[in-house]
Write a protein that binds this ligand. Structure first.
Ligand code: GLC
Length: 565
């Protein structure tokens, strides 16, 4: 077992600040809005808050393109607002995590402007060294890499045969982590932020931080003859040295918490990434978040069955074992809403929302709840591609059309998958713009705010919001905290395919978590557990004499009485 760390028992909440709460009426969420709603977050039972980027940015990728790491973008407020937020969160015993986007900067960062000047003058010096410039090949880019958001991952510098690498948008040039001066700049900045009293960071897109010595073509994976960056540039050898130095020069000096967006980490490397002495405190488990994506990519929607979720979830929990703590997520700002992703429209609502809460919150690891998940926000629907804001959706839609996907299917897929679904404003009440802003929201509010909103759910003790509060309170209760934080995860298999069940086992005590992942009633005949129900999303009991009866999407948490198996 790992030594006990201050963050082991935390429950985290992700805020996408542009869409959380707008206090100054410009239609864009702000830091003051977050401070204003801290009591709401605290009341959920949350004690870690991850705030997506609020640094100064031209917003080409909604703040994931930073032009000044030391500044707050005026759209979000000021540095005083940030300091106030950290302090106010602290007063409520919550810690703040900022997003650390250091695989790339914005092309409007002063470093990159200076780098371009150097390249154009043919005198590549300090700043050109901060980025990745290479000569073009045969009148084209240095390699056939396709960026994550589409198009070549290389952009030519005007008037030269030099190209710079961008894993994401061309407005997001990749930083060169082989450059010592660049590394020193970043360490200095990270420590500067930690000195302000942050709890730590969520690290963005870290899988791409190590680049190869030589850029070679990868195998074409599309009609454009290109190869997606993630096929050729993920977790390359040597990346561990970057992570270790970063850790020892910054995070370890402050005993802070770090959670990494670490795509594609093989199970053999989990110890290295999140073990006792791992590069990070924890990494997100994305194993079951994208189960709906079929083999043919973006427009191929694959049904999410209980069996597939169970397999993925159990595999993750088993691999992580007691190596460390995964961060468990169902939603974030890059995904559509989970109820819409997994279930048909007519089934969406309290039952399936609360069932998902049970499934997620009692796993071993740190739960991350995404804003609005706790009130059951669902996908929105748009009729024209022009109505989307998300750069990724627009690119995927256009590429799908170019590849011959019918327009109707492409539009349906855009609506289903778009990151905009997670970014519609938080639904606070049933007044204009869902109480998010007095101005014109930067992205339209989902029309279902009339019924799905915080105020309505506050007033209803049977709402999803109240259920989340109860579930988190149980997880954190004196009596069960240790079981849910440190208890071993043990899969439980029943013959009903729609049932997902597991036990948490600690010091001779056992808690069973059992959910019906389907919209039909289930009778479990091979389950002779009995004990005390700790949480149930229906009023009805589940236990017959020798069986369990679970209604559609029913979910229960039960402490098993000794000797009942
Ligand atoms: C991460 C972020 C995503 C962003 C990308 C580039 O995947 O979660 O929102 O677009 O990195 O920074």
């Amino acid at each position: 077992m790992q030594d006990v760390k201050w963050w082991h028992d935390k429950v985290a909440y992700q805020i996408y600040p542009a869409s959380f709460r707008d206090v100054n009426g410009d239609g864009f969420g702000d830091l003051k809005g977050i401070t204003e709603r801290l009591d709401y977050i605290r009341e959920l039972g949350v004690d870690l808050i991850w705030v997506s980027p609020v640094y100064r940015s031209p917003m080409a990728d909604k703040g994931y393109d930073i032009s000044d790491y030391y500044g707050i973008d005026p759209r979000f407020g000021s540095m005083e607002d940030m300091e106030e937020l950290i302090e106010e969160a602290g007063k409520r015993e919550m810690k703040l995590l900022m997003d650390l986007v250091i695989n790339h900067s914005s092309d409007e960062h002063e470093w990159f402007r200076k780098a371009l000047l150097e390249v154009k003058q043919g005198k590549e010096g300090r700043y050109a060294g901060y980025y990745i410039f290479r000569d073009g090949r045969d009148g084209g880019p240095p390699s056939n890499w396709r960026s994550i958001f589409g198009g070549s991952a290389w952009e030519r510098v005007d008037g030269t045969n030099r190209y710079y690498l961008h894993t994401f948008l061309k407005k997001q040039p990749d930083l060169n982590w082989d450059d010592e001066a660049l590394r020193e700049e970043i360490y200095c900045m990270v420590n500067w932020w930690l000195d302000k009293g942050l709890g730590g960071f969520r690290l963005d897109a870290i899988a791409y931080m190590k680049k190869p010595e030589v850029f070679m073509d990868g195998p074409a994976d599309g009609d454009d003859g290109m190869c997606n960056v993630y096929q050729v540039c993920q977790n390359l050898p040597g990346i561990e040295n970057i992570f270790e130095e970063l850790k020892w020069r910054t995070f370890r000096l402050h005993d802070c918490f770090t959670v990494a967006e670490a795509n594609g980490v093989a199970s053999e490397r989990l110890t290295e990434f999140m073990g006792e002495d791992g590069h990070f405190s924890t990494i997100f488990d994305f194993n079951y978040i994208e189960l709906d994506i079929g083999e043919n990519g973006w427009h191929d929607k694959k049904p999410v069955t209980a069996a597939r979720v169970r397999r993925a979830l159990f595999a993750s929990q088993k691999e992580a074992g007691e190596i460390g703590f995964l961060s468990n997520v169902l939603e974030n700002h890059d995904q559509n809403r989970v109820q819409s992703r997994f279930f048909p429209r007519e089934d969406q609502g309290f039952e399936c929302g609360s069932m998902l809460a049970v499934l997620q919150l009692f796993l071993r690891g740190i739960p991350f709840i995404y804003q609005g998940q706790e009130i059951g926000m669902t996908n929105d629907c748009r009729s024209r591609i022009e109505e989307f804001d998300d750069v990724a959706t627009i690119d995927q839609y256009q590429r799908a059309l170019a590849a011959g996907v019918p327009q109707k299917l492409a539009m349906e897929t855009a609506n289903f998958r778009s990151r905009d679904n997670a970014r519609t404003p938080m639904q606070w009440d049933d007044t204009a713009n869902a109480g998010f802003t007095d101005g014109m929201p930067w992205l339209p509010v989902n029309p279902n705010y009339i019924t799905v909103n915080v105020k309505t759910e506050e007033a209803d003790a049977g709402s999803l919001l109240h259920f989340y509060r109860r579930a988190i309170a149980l997880r954190k209760s004196e009596q069960y905290r240790e079981i849910f934080v440190y208890g071993a995860f043990e899969p439980v298999m029943f013959s009903n395919d729609n049932i997902i069940a597991y036990k948490r086992v600690w010091n001779g005590r056992e808690v069973l978590v059992c959910v019906n992942f389907g919209g039909k009633r289930e009778t479990i005949q091979d389950g002779a557990f009995s004990g005390t129900i700790l949480l149930n999303n229906y009023d009805e009991a589940v236990q017959g004499q020798k069986e369990f009866l679970l209604k559609p999407y029913q979910a229960v948490v039960m402490e098993i009485s000794e000797g009942t198996e």
